[in-house]
Design a binder for this molecule. Structure first.
Ligand SMILES: *Cc1c(COP(=O)(O)O)cnc(C)c1O
Length: 399
């Protein structure tokens, strides 16, 4: 009998250490059921120790963390912010919340992250076109893969532009021996339900120092000023993390390393088992020791020339024009019927209707990758048997 998973195999499900409920119980027992308290302080401290850098502000989401990083950098109406185009909408939406304009920059094909050469071209061209340099650069570590940070930091420093690192998918990933989230002036983590660790929903901003953290917390607390009554000179937000959620986070820190090791193991299994399958390429980090991805999700490139069972039915659906290739969509549906969740990679943000008016600097890499790539399950509940099963299903799907 061949192996059949008992349940649907998901991309990345939340997985608990078992200690989470103890911290939550402590919060209830001491009535710290508010957006501050011992769990928040201890969670922030454990992240700070883990990344070994700066100060950490726990917030209600990764998106809120990007928003406040930009707010602290003084981004406002009329400003431009460079954002990697190959990413989730949360990387650029906060730019729009602030009335500023995202300028989208394409990826290079090794890491699928921001192309440092194109980044510099974009910076120079914005100066010519608007008279100003962009206010910030938002880099992204797509599916956990570190960007070419050395080159990107060199460009940012040359023009004196601050980096906000969107490491929402990259907790535990390293570049040149250092954790992602510690290369920019600010680093963003997410603890949404499907990320490396979860607080059910939440995020953190890695700040350069205590003063910067205080500024972040001021904006996260409705810009309340130190008066005996409620005094506000600026507009703030309600963005703090609940002490209950932080309790989950404390428990999750106990399994973070285990999660990272698991994702890497799963990636190496896919790479090995799919190595000889024609038309399927597992995306790998560049060699040479600089890159150490957490492989939050494993991604494959599907050769447009291979045929997948059922792809002609998919082709009938006109809505797919300009979207993932029909063989990619057919493979997704084939896996779905085998009870395996897979998902196309992020549709580049410069192709999203909501961003139609934003300036773009593209080289075709992200559009091309979006059409022919698929994300495969890699979370803590994906077993070795599951990986073998998924690989068998992929082989079965190819005509
Ligand atoms: C998940 C994610 C975010 C947003 O984090 P939330 O905690 O869901 O707000 C931002 N950027 C990227 C690349 C993400 O994947």
């Amino acid at each position: 009998m061949s192996y059949r998973p008992e349940k649907r195999i998901h991309l990345c499900l939340a997985h608990m250490s078992g200690k989470e409920q103890d911290y939550i119980k402590e919060a209830f027992d001491t009535n710290w059921v508010v957006p501050l308290g011992p769990n928040v302080n201890a969670f922030e401290e454990s992240i700070r120790e883990y990344v070994g850098h700066g100060e950490v502000a726990a917030l209600c989401s990764g998106t809120a963390s990007i928003h406040l990083a930009l707010k602290c950098l003084g981004v406002g109406p009329g400003d431009e912010v460079i954002v990697q185009t190959f990413t989730f909408c949360a990387s650029s939406n906060p730019v729009l919340y602030l009335g500023a304009t995202p300028v989208f920059v394409d990826s290079e094909k090794d890491t699928w992250n921001m192309d440092p050469v194109l980044l510099e071209e974009a910076i120079k061209d914005r100066k010519v076109k608007t008279g100003n340099y962009p206010k910030a650069i938002i880099t992204v570590a797509l599916f956990g893969m570190p960007p070419k940070m050395k080159e990107i930091v060199a460009v940012a420093e040359k023009y004196g532009i601050a980096i906000v690192e969107d490491a929402a998918e990259a907790m535990g990933s390293k570049y040149d021996g250092k954790y992602l989230g510690t290369f920019g002036l600010y680093g963003v983590l997410s603890f949404n339900g499907n990320k490396m660790i979860t607080t059910s929903g939440g995020g953190a901003l890695i700040c350069p120092d205590e003063k910067a953290k205080q500024r972040v917390m001021y904006y996260a607390t409705q810009a309340r000023e130190p008066f005996p009554y409620y005094q506000h000179t600026e507009i703030g937000y309600n963005y703090r993390m609940s002490n209950i959620c932080a309790g989950i986070g404390r428990g999750q820190m106990l399994v973070l390393e285990e999660h990272v090791a698991h994702h890497r193991k799963v990636q190496s299994m896919y790479a090995e088992l799919l190595a000889k399958v024609k038309g399927i390429t597992v995306h790998k980090q560049p060699e040479g020791g600089l890159f150490d991805s957490n492989y939050w999700l494993v991604t494959i490139i599907v050769d447009p020339k291979i045929k997948i069972k059922g792809q002609y039915e998919v082709a009938d659906k006109a809505h797919l024009s300009g979207e993932p290739n029909i063989n990619v969509e057919a493979l997704r549906l084939f896996l779905d019927r085998a009870n395996v969740e897979s998902r196309s990679t992020w549709k580049p943000l410069h192709l999203q209707p909501v961003n139609a008016k934003c300036p773009v600097y593209v080289n075709g890499v992200s559009e091309n990758l979006f059409k022919k790539t698929l994300c495969l399950p890699a979370g803590p509940y994906v077993s070795e048997e599951d990986v073998k099963y998924i690989v068998d299903k992929i082989k079965e799907a190819i005509c």
